[in-house]
Design a binder for this molecule. Sequence first.
Ligand SMILES: Nc1ncnc2c1ncn2[C@@H]1O[C@H](COP(=O)(O)OP(=O)(O)O)[C@@H](O)[C@H]1O
Ligand SMILES: CC(=O)OP(=O)(O)O
Ligand SMILES: [Mg+2]
Length: 430
Amino acid sequence: MTTPTPYGNESTAAPVEPHRVLVLNSGSSSVKYQLLDMRDRSRLASGLVERIGEETSRLVHTPLTGGGGGAGPRERTGRIADHDAALKAAAEELAADGLGLDSPELAAIGHRVVHGGLKFSAPTVITDEVLKEIERLVPVAPLHNPANITGIRTAQALRPDLPQVAVFDTAFHTTMPESAARYAIDVETADAHRIRRYGFHGTSHAYVSRKTAELLGKAPEDVNVIVLHLGNGASASAVAGGRCVETSMGLTPLEGLVMGTRSGDIDPAVVFHLKRVAGMSTDEVDVLLNKRSGLVGLCGDNDMREIRRRIEEGDEQAALAFDIYIHRLKKYIGAYAAVLGRVDAVAFTAGVGENSAPVREAAIAGLEEFGLAVDAGLNAVRSGEPRLISPEYARVAVAVVPTDEELEIADQAFALVESLRPQGLGQVDN
Ligand SMILES: Nc1ncnc2c1ncn2[C@@H]1O[C@H](COP(=O)(O)OP(=O)(O)O)[C@@H](O)[C@H]1O
Ligand SMILES: CC(=O)OP(=O)(O)O
Ligand SMILES: [Mg+2]
């Protein structure tokens, strides 16, 4: 006969090592979150809080393999005032599935941090010092870093005992050579103000370039890839043998491709002109270029589905916006082919890159001389798996490779806390 303990049968069971990671991706007006079980890298739950700060905020929480798995998404609508409230609402949803943040199974919280400057080239446990550095970088990532900071502070308040890990968008790009990272401006001024090209979406570029090598059946060291991350924010990168050598975003996520609401490249003299001649303030120019430009500025819509629908109906403004978007993309593909010398693959990823066959077709059209082509049948296939869309004869592979920033952040955060565990981490001073 066994004697019951106050803890039921738990005294005989081996203690469960913490194995879950919560990933937070806080954007300017949204929070995406995922809870993962790192024993098999499965997703236990995911969610999205959008339109934070508006009357019409919406939280969609989806329980997956564990907890309330299979029950389907749950939705809450109504004002969620700020990122702090958003994260607390997400924590309540997780708790309702038996996946609360108070669980001893939670090993870490991984945070996407957009701007890490030059200091952070690897995932980092967040200390007061680290948080100060992220705060110092707010002026160069005004849409993103403040939200990341709120996410970190709220998560720290919910679980002060847990390692909070920052995974930086800029980290993957720290390998760029100076010739690509420096602007051709006065060196002293640039150095005094740390003005250089940092690049963003690095977690996605790293993940997708690796997955592309895998799709080709090669080691990352052996392939040169151009990655086109086309979401609301969009960027291209040139990855040579697994290392980033060039990317289209710069000091801030404004440079480069045409985006949903951002202009991408313009002559910097446009800014002087808008101030001197159009009488706009610096803040007004900032809002114009970051929020009222790109596709939305060109045609009033930033969703590529809507733009394609309008084009089908003969809308010329939408057609021109599409052409400008594609023209810029093509210029970058050509430029990065020149930077790399040899291109093994071009990989499309993120919301537009993964879903818009017309964008992929138009971006590659006319590039046959570069060894690039798209097979219409393969391009039309809809799938969540990495896949080739180039015909067999093409010298360069063209691929659709779904990104997974959350999985990459979870992997990096978990690897870091695991590596620190033997040294007794698990309690972090904040
Ligand atoms: N089925 C689709 N067809 C074309 N474009 C799509 C489709 N689904 C999503 N998109 C595009 O993807 C964008 C969002 O991409 P995503 O990578 O989720 O962006 P972000 O992470 O920056 O919010 C949408 O604004 C829309 O333009
Ligand atoms: C850095 C950046 O542009 O991020 P997002 O695409 O999430 O806005
Ligand atoms: Mg994104």
